[in-house]
Design a protein around this ligand. Structure first.
Ligand SMILES: CC(C)(COP(=O)(O)OP(=O)(O)OC[C@H]1O[C@@H](n2cnc3c(N)ncnc32)[C@H](O)[C@@H]1OP(=O)(O)O)[C@@H](O)C(=O)NCCC(=O)NCCS
Length: 152
């Protein structure tokens, strides 16, 4: 992810009801070298950006903050590929566990995370605002680099 991607990232997130709607300034802050360490990847073809994923690193843990794919490119394996590439980078950064929060009603995202091996690890009541809703916490263990596959 580069500064040139930011307008499109905001546009993609705004176009998806369930994606986190960060203001552009928040994405700009991510690119600031003084900000917490993150890995942010984009999915792009022929100059068109249609998905992105972003994780914040606190090794041995990381938080998957966002993963989003434009509606017309969904169900084609784009998010799975983004996540697989992100997980490879996280392993190299000594991350052994990925955590995330997802709206309880976001069934497509929950199904997506389960398909990657994430398991529910708790609930945060009334975690989200507008509308108020519980968050489901999910967790995935990562094997260190050099070993094949994901761990439960
Ligand atoms: C969740 C999201 C990122 C998935 O992106 P995607 O590119 O469509 O996902 P993939 O095509 O890689 O799907 C991989 C697997 O996840 C599961 N999956 C993905 N979308 C699903 C859906 N709508 N319903 C049920 N299962 C789903 C399936 O098992 C799928 O494999 P299959 O297509 O072979 O059955 C996308 O729906 C999205 O951008 N949603 C809006 C933003 C959002 O909610 N992000 C998560 C919170 S930050």
């Amino acid at each position: 992810m580069t500064a040139g991607d930011l307008d499109r990232l905001v546009e993609i997130a705004e176009g998806l009801e369930q994606a986190p709607h960060w203001p552009r300034l928040a994405y700009e802050a991510v690119l600031d070298p003084a900000s917490p360490r993150r890995i942010a990847l984009v999915a792009e073809s022929l100059g068109v950006l249609f998905g992105f994923a972003m994780a914040r690193l606190t090794p041995p843990q990381a938080e998957l903050e966002t993963i989003a794919v434009t509606a017309e490119f969904q169900r084609r394996g784009v998010a799975r590929k983004l996540f697989t590439d992100l997980a490879d980078e996280l392993r190299l950064a000594d991350v052994h566990e990925i955590l995330l929060e997802v709206r309880a009603s976001n069934h497509p995202a929950r199904a997506f995370y389960r398909s990657l091996g994430f398991a529910a690890a708790g609930q945060r009541p009334r975690y989200y605002a507008d509308p108020v809703e519980d968050a489901v916490l999910m967790r995935l263990g990562l094997r260190p680099p050099g070993r094949v596959g994901l761990e439960g």
